[in-house]
Write a protein that binds this ligand. Structure first.
Ligand code: NAD
Ligand code: UD1
Length: 357
């Protein structure tokens, strides 16, 4: 029995693949590399010493997805695939709705057809919009503020409707706070296209000398030092949260939503300072206007995940910065090496990938 991982070449997916393989799971991975590189798949095998089936497919391609279900005994699905850049989603909303929502519909229809009803879905704290209070619990009001956020909210609603229609489904919706850091090996990490939008990859690229200085978006918020506060979570802790959610959907039915965050907030200036210590590099910065749409403070109430999943984030801010720096330092230009892909459907092997463990 195997776990299908959609979007497994991406930032969070690749770290989750490593943890699943380390825990002895058989995995089948699907990705179309729209926001990732084949090299990530190769590195997963290098870190773990494990092989697995990889499908170079678009999740929107229903026929190819059906082939995956026919060729493998899929027991459950962890669904990471999706477009995720908030700013971009404002400019190309149709692509975001098309890719994120339609691919989830295709996935769920196919799962239903093949009687696979265990699903872990990547949602986001973005569904809380501008939170009225922190820490944010799962039953806080929901309000997405941009097309990306609305795709997450709509998918959450679709999954709720699906469960109402058939209570044999077992679904965990995971609302991530701010994933940062990298695997301790420095072999896999976050590899944004172009200039990063998010704080941690931006700081890391300043530290390595690719970017001149960090723009700090506002210092007049009602926070300790006036800069925005967020709940940063180590991507490996986040990955482990998926293993706990997978256990949950495997052994019970129902639909549940969980915050995956640490419950602690750090300001932009605190993050700069922690990164300077971790890297031994000075991070030049200047204060600029606030970024439209940003909230002052956002951090999770993670108690539900602790009580129901037995999961808690263990890694602190120093480890997050050290690991992010190791990844950046070892991979100045991310996964620059781009492997040649021959088939649009399935990459059989050689030094790239292997069909079974
Ligand atoms: P990512 O972009 O690194 O990974 C997503 C992967 O999905 C990529 O490898 C991409 O190529 C693939 N993909 C996208 N559309 C696809 C399609 N139609 N068919 C096949 N593959 C497709 O993003 P990530 O940071 O790893 O995020 C994973 C999930 O978690 C996403 O759904 C994202 O919205 C969500 N999320 C991420 C964050 C974050 O800060 N990184 C926060 C909250 C939620
Ligand atoms: C962003 C997304 C959010 C998504 C989250 C995790 C926006 C508006 N929101 O949130 O939907 O769920 O990423 O992927 O994009 N900052 C700077 N300078 C920078 C970059 C960021 O000062 O160059 C500040 C921001 O103002 C914020 C903090 O750093 O206070 C974190 O920003 P970021 O990493 O972009 O995450 P979020 O804003 O939480």
């Amino acid at each position: 029995m195997a776990i299908l991982i959609t979007g497994g070449a991406g930032y969070i997916g690749s770290h989750t693949c490593v943890e699943l393989l380390n825990a002895g799971y058989e995995i089948v991975v699907l990705d179309n590399f729209i926001n990732s590189k084949p090299e990530a798949i190769k590195r997963i095998t290098e870190i773990t010493g494990c092989t697995f089936k990889f499908y170079y497919n678009d999740l929107l391609d229903k026929k190819s997805l059906e082939e995956i279900f026919l060729e493998n005994k899929i027991e459950a699905v962890i669904h990471f695939a999706g477009l995720k850049a908030v700013g971009e989603s404002v400019y190309i909303p149709l692509q975001y709705y098309h890719n994120n929502i339609l691919s989830t519909l295709v996935l769920c229809e196919t799962m239903k057809k093949y009687n696979v009803k265990k699903l872990v879905f990547s949602s986001s704290a973005t569904v809380y919009g501008a939170p009225e209070k922190c820490p944010i619990s799962e039953n806080s009001p929901l309000r997405a503020l941009n097309p990306y956020g609305r795709t997450k909210l709509m998918i959450e609603e679709i999954l709720q409707d699906l469960y109402v229609s058939d209570t044999n489904w077992s679904i965990s919706i995971l609302r991530y706070f701010n994933p940062i850091g990298a695997h301790e090996s420095g072999q896999i990490g976050e590899d944004p296209h172009g200039v990063p939008n998010n704080l941690m990859p931006y700081i890391a690229q300043v530290a390595i000398g690719k970017l001149k200085e960090l723009n700090v978006f506002g210092d007049q918020y009602s926070t300790n030092d006036g800069t925005g506060v967020r709940d940063y979570i180590h991507v490996v802790d986040l990955a482990l949260g998926h293993l706990r959610a997978l256990e949950k959907v495997t052994y019970s039915t129902g639909i549940e939503v969980y915050n995956l965050g640490t419950g602690k907030g750090y300001s932009v200036l605190e993050m700069i300072s922690a990164f300077e210590i971790a890297s031994g590099k000075k991070i030049p910065y200047k204060i600029v206007d606030p970024r439209p749409g940003d909230v002052a403070v956002c951090y999770a109430d993670p108690v539900k995940a602790m009580e129901s999943l037995g999961w808690i984030a263990k890694k602190g801010i120093n480890e997050m910065c050290e690991d992010a720096w190791r990844w950046q330092n070892k991979n100045k230009n991310g996964y620059e090496k781009n492997l040649h892909i021959e088939s649009p459907h399935f990459i059989p092997s050689e030094d790239f990938l292997i069909r079974s463990k």
